[in-house]
Design a protein. Sequence first.
Length: 98
Amino acid sequence: MSKIVVEITYDVYMVDVPEYIAKDIKKYQKSFDKWLYDKNNDHGLWVIVNGKKMAVSFGTQDFVNYLNEYILTKDTPKCFIVDKNPIDVPTDVPKIWF
């Protein structure tokens, strides 16, 4: 397993992922975004106004769940959040921002 940093607005998360995902994390972030914003997808993260999908509301756990359910379907171990807002954020690990 390898660590990545996920930043969402004001929070920073350390996440353990398989090494091959860490090495190409931007690819998996783009894949998540495509899945997340596909209006044909009823993933439960939609903000619905007057019966229409208007926006999404998600967090780091949703990204981790996506990786585990759609990318790592047969892989073990799965991804998981190690820490939220750690005191020291490593600078030598891959980082993504939402």
